[in-house]
Design a protein around this ligand. Structure first.
Ligand code: ADE
Length: 228
């Protein structure tokens, strides 16, 4: 899968994605990233990429002509995404859908935003990573890319089964435990692993985990149960 980034900070890519599981997958050619600097497509001697908003107000707006030239410098764009707190919420279902694309072109804005006309002209899909505002779209892009790359065939080893993890079945994941079975914490409290997990009864373990998932989801994210 190919990610094409439009950003004022191309040096931020691959960034954290160049490490660990996503980094190995990058080295192995399972995905690639091409980040270009929007500023390289400014035509004046000051390399201006933004201007004051029509109608007044705070902040600066990124210019549509500069973004268009940057966008069209990629021979093919694939699905075009603009990272924005105003966008469709990024969910595991959307991530699954994105992971099937061959090419994603991601626009990362800075300042107050980008001129609406370039989003309209090129049918950018706006995606938000949550109800809070970042200073720019780059870290939001990292999150979208990480969630997408780990679903690509061959990226995760057999040790992880994406179908069991949080959200994949519409529920939060059950709690995990490992050795030692008896652990005394630094406060002196003895903490043991739930008996069922050491019983060797696979059916009962599965049942217990499912119930834990349901209880956790009910307590923390009842909105997820309403959607089922
Ligand atoms: N850019 C700034 N805030 C953002 C958010 N919450 N999601 C996606 N892109 C953003």
């Amino acid at each position: 899968m190919k990610f094409q980034l439009l950003t004022l900070f191309p040096e931020l890519f691959p960034g954290p994605l160049g490490h660990s599981i996503t980094g190995r997958a990058l080295t192995n050619g399972l995905w690639s990233v091409d980040a270009i600097n929007i500023r390289d497509f400014a035509t004046d001697k000051h390399k201006t990429v933004d201007d004051v908003p029509f109608g007044g107000g705070a902040g600066m707006v990124m210019k549509p002509d500069v973004i268009e030239r940057a966008l069209l410098s990629f021979p093919a764009q694939g699905r075009k995404i603009y990272m924005s707190p105003r966008g469709t919420p990024l969910t595991q279902n959307l991530v699954k859908e994105l992971s099937k694309e061959e090419t994603l072109t991601i626009l990362c804005g800075r300042y107050e935003g980008v001129d609406q006309r370039v989003l309209d002209a090129y049918d950018f899909e706006e995606i938000s990573i949550g109800d809070y505002v970042l200073t720019g779209g780059e870290m939001a892009a990292h999150i979208l890319m990480d969630a997408t790359v780990r679903l690509l065939p061959g990226v995760l080893g057999n040790e992880t089964t994406p179908d069991e993890e949080s959200f994949s079945n519409g529920l939060l994941e059950y709690p995990h435990y490992t050795r030692p079975a008896q652990w005394v914490d630094a406060f002196g409290a003895e903490r043991s692993v739930p008996d069922i997990l050491t019983s060797g009864h696979h059916g009962k373990v599965a049942e217990w985990r499912h119930q834990q998932s349901l209880d956790l989801t009910k307590a923390r994210r009842p909105d997820l149960l309403d959607k089922k």
